[in-house]
Design a protein around this ligand. Structure first.
Ligand SMILES: [Ca+2]
Length: 341
């Protein structure tokens, strides 16, 4: 009897899973406020989800986005003064069939609409529907935007080209890079960063998709070259031939952890709460492949566990609320917001 009771309070059994909504069109990112979540839909718009009753309200007057392949609407970031001003930043693919690229916009949410919207940055527009980047974080002083290499890997090694990098802007939108070249260039040599996290002490972390193998978690110091495509654990699709002779090389910063085979990481948080003590301080990373959440040690070097494998679907983003509850977004035409509590 005693043993049975012990089994019943095992954390995995005690977890309660609630589906808050299942009517989202390929939700790409989630941003929490105290009573609501903003959820961006890749090919559609953005909704405000009431966390108490699951109802959604469409936000009006968003800037135009061009949906193609992996591209459309990406991350939303609440500015540090959001509670007073409603200020937000958003990443989206701008352009048309003849060419498109990542853009950064800012504006203020007032009621159910975005007002005073203006563009802060636009990547050179090219054809193709791959590798847009599109994640946003802030340290309170700057906004960091991840870009992708747009399927042209050499662009990640060109400091004059903002593709394949992490860009930095002031809160008023001025470029604030640290690498000579593109004025906003903060970190370079990235393939397609799909998750960023800022620690309270200002340490930035980012993960990126490798090609066939070689997904990476990176500690971002700023000013460094993270190697793509000169240094990688990944291989060419299909043939499996080497992309580079180098898995590590002097002058290029190694990832703290790499996944081979790939998990296609999406979304990145460091779990803060005490609701799930086994996760405390560790990274939680969504995955499109294998449909799981990867738990990586606090120092970023080791995958400790995999959770929820094939239970909910492809995980596109995750978030934690002030009570330590975990929110998962599933990448689907009837995408869900799931709360684990
Ligand atoms: Ca790398």
């Amino acid at each position: 009897m005693r043993a049975l009771l012990a089994l019943m309070v095992w954390p995995a059994w005690a977890m309660d899973v609630v589906t808050l909504t299942d009517g989202l069109d390929h939700p790409w990112s989630i941003e929490l406020t105290e009573n609501y979540a903003y959820v961006v839909e890749r090919d559609a718009g953005m909704v405000r989800l009431d966390l108490n009753d699951g109802t959604t309200t469409e936000i009006q007057n968003l800037p135009e986005a061009y949906a193609t392949g992996q591209g459309g609407r990406f991350d939303l970031l609440l500015a540090p003064d959001y509670a007073d001003t409603g200020r937000v930043f958003m990443a989206l693919n701008a352009g048309s069939w003849s060419g498109s690229g990542l853009a950064l916009w800012t504006g203020r949410i007032q009621g159910d609409a975005l007002i005073e919207a203006r563009e802060l940055y636009q990547m050179r527009q090219t054809r193709g529907g791959r590798h847009f980047g599109g994640r946003l974080v802030t340290d309170g002083n700057y906004v960091y935007l991840s870009t992708g290499d747009r399927g042209e890997s050499k662009r990640a090694q060109d400091p004059d080209d903002s593709a394949g990098s992490i860009l930095r802007f002031t809160l008023t939108g001025e470029a604030a890079g640290v690498i000579p070249g593109h004025p906003a260039l903060y970190s370079m040599g990235h393939r397609n960063v799909q998750g960023m996290w800022m620690d309270p002490d200002g340490q930035l972390w980012a993960h990126e998709h490798g090609p066939q193998g070689g997904d990476e978690l990176n500690r971002i110091a700023g000013g460094e070259n993270h190697g793509w495509p000169l240094v990688t654990y990944g291989r060419n699709y299909g043939l499996g031939t080497r992309i580079s002779d180098f898995e590590t090389l002097e002058g290029y910063t190694d990832p703290t952890h790499q996944w081979t085979p790939s998990i296609a990481p999406a979304g990145l948080i460091r779990y803060q709460g005490d609701r799930f003590p086994d996760w405390q301080g560790d990274f939680l990373i969504g995955a499109l492949k294998y449909q799981l959440v990867s738990q990586v040690s606090a120092d970023g070097t080791q995958e400790i566990a995999r959770h929820f494998t094939e239970r909910f679907g492809r995980i596109r983003d995750l978030a934690e609320d002030s009570q330590g509850r975990l929110y998962l977004l599933t990448d689907d035409g009837r995408g869900k917001v799931i709360r684990v509590q």
